[in-house]
Design a protein around this ligand. Structure first.
Ligand SMILES: [Fe+2]
Length: 216
C-alpha cells in the first residue's frame, strides 16, 4: 500500500489483482467519507483501511479485471453506491449510470467524471482536485491499447488529446495498472517520457499506436 497526502484528500493505492492492477481508496479528510476506485483486488486486502463505511465505488470501465470483486465488495457494503458509465446487470447489486461532466460528491470533495472512450466504450477518468484516475485510458509511459472488441483508436486520440492532455501539467496520474517505470507521474512528465503522447495529429497518433503494437 502506498499513501499520498493531498490538501483535502488521502489517496491510498493497493496493488494486485489479475494483471498488476491498482485500486485506490480515497478519503475526504474533512468528512472522513471514503470511496474506492475499481474493484480489482479482493476486499480482504483492503478492509483494514476502511474504518467506517465506504460510501461509493467508482468503476473506470467494465473490463473483467476492473470489476472482478464487485460481488465481493457489494456483499459487504449492501448500500454502497456503485457508479459506472455503463449499466451492469446483476441481481446482487445495482449500478448508477454516470455521464460525462457529472459531479459525484465525496463529503466536501467533488469528483469530476470525464467520459474517455477509446480503450473501451465505457471508459471514464475521475478528476479529483489535481489527481486524475485514468483506468486503462492512460498509463505511466503510454496510453491504453485499442486491441479489444469495442476499442476505437480515433476515439482514444480524441479522449486523450482533447480531455486529458489539456489538463494542468502538474495533474497527478493514477493509472489502473502498474505498467510504467513508476506507479504515478505528473501529466507534464508523462508527456515527456511517452512517444504516444507526443503525436502531432490523429494520423500521427494512429501510426504511433501501430508501431507500438509491432514493437511489443
Ligand atoms: Fe481494460
Amino acid at each position: 500500500m502506498a499513501i499520498y497526502q493531498m490538501e483535502s484528500l488521502i489517496i491510498q493505492s493497493f496493488y494486485g489483482g489479475y494483471d498488476q492492477n491498482f485500486v485506490y481508496l480515497i478519503t475526504d479528510k474533512f468528512s472522513g467519507e471514503q470511496c474506492l476506485i475499481d474493484a480489482a483486488i479482493p476486499f480482504s486486502n483492503i478492509e483494514k483501511f476502511i474504518p467506517d463505511n465506504l460510501s461509493s465505488l467508482l468503476i473506470t470501465h467494465s473490463h473483467g479485471d476492473h470489476i472482478a470483486y464487485l460481488d465481493d465488495i457489494s456483499h459487504v457494503f449492501t448500500s454502497i453506491n456503485i457508479f459506472s458509465f455503463s449499466q451492469q446487470n446483476s441481481t446482487k447489486y445495482s449500478v448508477q449510470a454516470i455521464r460525462d461532466s457529472q459531479i459525484i460528491k465525496l463529503g466536501n470533495t467533488k469528483i469530476n467524471v470525464l467520459h474517455t472512450p477509446g480503450h473501451f466504450p465505457d471508459s471514464v477518468c475521475f478528476l479529483i482536485n489535481n489527481a486524475l484516475f485514468t483506468g486503462d485510458t492512460l498509463f505511466v509511459g503510454r496510453t491504453g491499447r485499442t486491441i479489444s472488441q469495442g476499442s476505437d483508436v480515433r476515439k482514444l486520440y480524441q479522449s486523450v488529446y482533447s480531455k486529458l492532455l489539456t489538463l494542468p501539467k502538474d495533474t497527478l496520474i493514477f493509472p489502473g495498472h502498474n505498467y510504467g517505470p513508476k506507479p504515478t507521474i505528473t501529466l507534464g512528465e508523462n508527456i515527456q517520457i511517452s512517444p504516444l503522447l507526443q503525436a502531432i495529429n490523429e494520423q500521427d497518433f494512429i501510426a504511433r499506436m501501430d508501431q507500438y503494437e509491432v514493437n511489443r
